[in-house]
Design a protein around this ligand. Sequence first.
Ligand SMILES: Cc1cc2nc3c(=O)[nH]c(=O)nc-3n(C[C@H](O)[C@H](O)[C@H](O)COP(=O)(O)OP(=O)(O)OC[C@H]3O[C@@H](n4cnc5c(N)ncnc54)[C@H](O)[C@@H]3O)c2cc1C
Length: 429
Amino acid sequence: MPTSSTPDPALERPGRSWSGTVDYGPGPLHAPASVEQLRALVGRSRRIRALGTRHSFSSIAASDADLVTLAQLPPDLDVDSAARTVRVAAGVRYGELAVAAHERGLALPNMGSLPHISVGGASATGTHGSGNRRRSLAASVRAIELVTASGELLTLSRAQDPEIFDGAVLALGMLGVVTHLTLDLVPAAPMRQSVHLDFPADRMGGEDLATLLAGGTSVSLFHHWDGHIAQAWVKQVVGDDEELPEEWLGGRRALEPVHPLPGMPADFCTDQSGEPGPAHERLPHFRLEFTPSSGEEIQSEYFVAREQAADALAAVMPLGERIRPLLHASEVRTVAADELWLSPAHRRDSACVHFTWKQLPREVATLLPEIEERLAPFAPRPHWGKVFTLAPEQVRAQYPRLEDFLTLRDRLDPDRVFTNAYVERLLGE
Ligand SMILES: Cc1cc2nc3c(=O)[nH]c(=O)nc-3n(C[C@H](O)[C@H](O)[C@H](O)COP(=O)(O)OP(=O)(O)OC[C@H]3O[C@@H](n4cnc5c(N)ncnc54)[C@H](O)[C@@H]3O)c2cc1C
């Protein structure tokens, strides 16, 4: 086994997150070119964290010691048409994976708003798209291969390791460095996307909100806490979902493409014309070939029970005047329940209350406790990769399988090789 990786000199300092708001620490940042090099690196590291494509806004990926990127590993994209699965290196971006699947007549069950995010990073944090019946992206994982603290390569699968698998997939980087994942695929089905604008104020309540969120396979509602929905992005499976009328619940069909953030060019966005196309060109909001924005933002997001979405939004609405000056836009999406122990959608069909903030970290950090206080009656679970200020006890209380997860961590990482300040604060040393 080679004893050292050969980092690209340009990568040796870890630098900052995509948004520039997270400093990953002093490094060094390693970039092994093979799994063997990665094993040797982990085996001799006192402490190490993996970096994905750096899209998280929380300090979940930061480290006071070694960091490793898998960007130099081969993508190993291997679609198995008969089994309807794909095995892929953890550093591959969903957009690339989706194109390879599409060429074989297959598709991912769901995608996040951005196709630029790595499969390993998204699975580690519970990244999600939208859809009342679509689960988080990690729920499609059927096997993982990870380098554990001793440098050994461990394969865990849904079929062979049912007692721990749901704890190992979405593990916040705490159990090892995942080198490859095998994902479920579904038969490719054409989808269309349309956007409706400017809904009347009362549509954010009760039955209307539920009707809007059920308007397609995947729905995103953008608003600015002034009581009305500005944009409804509806992604439909052609043949399954009923096409929406030009006027829908008082919103009118957009005649030109729009961007969810005011003032941003719509060229970055996926097709909104209603024309059928591949799912990976409709499910994400943004196109792989464009950088969706300059990164001048911070994100926060809270999962609540889907049936309480309207009440949760109404509880935060009185803060609208304080929120708006700090906000680019807010989004409401839904995620179907899954079984993953640390998933924010664990055993709860969820609605996600999301904020894309302007890059005003201090002001945002001052306002978040007030938002969280108003959401507290709805038992919010924060997105692990976004910014929140909930106390560790509040977060821990939302995860009934947390003790099982911590037992699994004791087993796989007794010396805490994969810890960092973020996980120590939230989940303990
Ligand atoms: C513009 C934008 C849009 C976004 N849209 C969405 C969205 O639609 N839905 C949503 O849910 N989130 C969204 N996010 C948040 C983002 O999906 C998550 O933060 C996700 O975790 C980022 O993945 P990443 O590859 O950048 O991981 P990183 O941020 O680099 O790392 C995240 C975590 O994963 C761990 N990790 C990464 N790779 C590995 C590995 N190989 N082995 C073990 N652990 C690993 C890291 O240690 C860290 O703990 C968005 C973020 C941005 C910037």
